[in-house]
Design a protein. Structure first.
Length: 195
């Protein structure tokens, strides 16, 4: 083999190696591009999951805040309704007190049998109170709605059996039932959601 042939053979071998290197470089570049695309896609998916997770957490926070605010508003509304109901009940007490003396007699009968020294009633029931408590000093109170207050033992023993006091005592038991009826009525009147 001559010098020319050797040179030609070396050049051909160098071209083959160069082409092989270029081919390997292209394959490596393609592999790295594919790997980069895969990493990019993976990052994109991770970012989408992160955003979705943040969105869901924010949505839950907003819903929790809305539920809390709705609960607070409901409690305020119920407190307002309770105040209005109590005011209405107090307004209706005078109608209950106008009972031709039977109310005073029933309320006096509930008192313990002691020697009552002083009794306070509404002005229109003074005479009846004097008949029911002949030994007591009878006083009138224009601010009372109905019923009586009585004192014995020099003022150490006092009983307030007025409609206002009875309403105040019964109110904690009456209110939940009244609220339940109102809620049932309101929910019954509420339009149903369209499917």
């Amino acid at each position: 083999m001559g010098h020319e042939e050797l040179m030609s053979s070396l050049r051909a071998e160098a071209r083959r190696r160069e082409e092989a290197l270029w081919e390997e470089a292209r394959r490596e570049a393609d592999r790295r591009r594919d790997e980069a695309r895969g990493q990019e896609e993976s990052l994109r998916q991770e970012q989408a999951r992160t955003l979705a997770s943040r969105h869901a957490a924010r949505r839950e926070d907003m819903l929790a805040q809305a539920r809390q605010e709705a609960g607070r508003l409901r409690e305020e509304a119920l407190a307002d309704v309770a105040d209005r109901l109590l005011a209405l009940a107090r307004e209706l007490l005078p109608e209950l007190a106008q009972s031709d003396g039977a109310l005073l007699e029933r309320l006096a009968a509930e008192l313990p049998p002691v020697a009552w020294e002083r009794v306070r009633v509404v002005p229109g029931e003074r005479e009846q109170a004097q008949r029911l408590f002949p030994q007591a000093a009878i006083a009138v109170d224009e601010a009372m709605v109905g019923g009586l207050e009585a004192w014995a033992a020099g003022g150490q023993f006092q009983v307030a059996n007025t409609l206002s006091v009875r309403l105040a005592r019964a109110w904690p038991d009456l209110l939940p039932a009244l609220i339940a009826v109102i809620i049932k009525e309101v929910e019954g009147d509420a339009p149903t959601a369209e499917p």
